[in-house]
Ligand binder design. Structure first.
Ligand code: FES
Length: 114
């Protein structure tokens, strides 16, 4: 995966099974860089809360995940309460599909239409 920016567009180009796809590089949940995530089959997995998006269509295939932070019980009580409040604020945030961009390969150069 490769991140680049042009004219205010933050784009990730993905090589999946020797075919290239271009999508918005900001997660449709809370804007994490998807280019810092991973590919799982044809899904691009967000590094922050692990929502998954199809690289071919940009559609969300799996929503953000809830997860437990190891060692949370060892942190100060006030900090754990703060994290719980942040979690309540984040829970209703909607996750949107990603914009995809048309790609054309010409003379071994990848062209992305913005
Ligand atoms: S920022 Fe990507 S799943 Fe939350």
């Amino acid at each position: 995966m490769l991140h680049f920016e042009v004219k205010g567009h933050e784009i990730v180009v993905v090589n999946f099974q020797k075919k290239f796809y271009a999508l918005n590089d900001r997660c449709g949940h809370m804007n994490a860089y998807l280019s810092m995530g991973a590919l799982k089959g044809s899904n691009l997995v967000c590094p922050m809360h692990f929502a998954e998006f199809d690289v071919k269509t940009g559609k969300m295939m799996s929503p953000p995940k809830e997860f437990q932070i190891p060692g949370l019980d060892k942190l100060p009580k006030k900090f754990v309460e703060y994290l719980a409040e942040v979690g309540k604020l984040m829970a209703p945030v909607k996750t949107h599909d990603l914009r995809t961009y048309e790609i054309k390969i010409q003379d071994d150069i990848i062209h992305v239409r913005i």
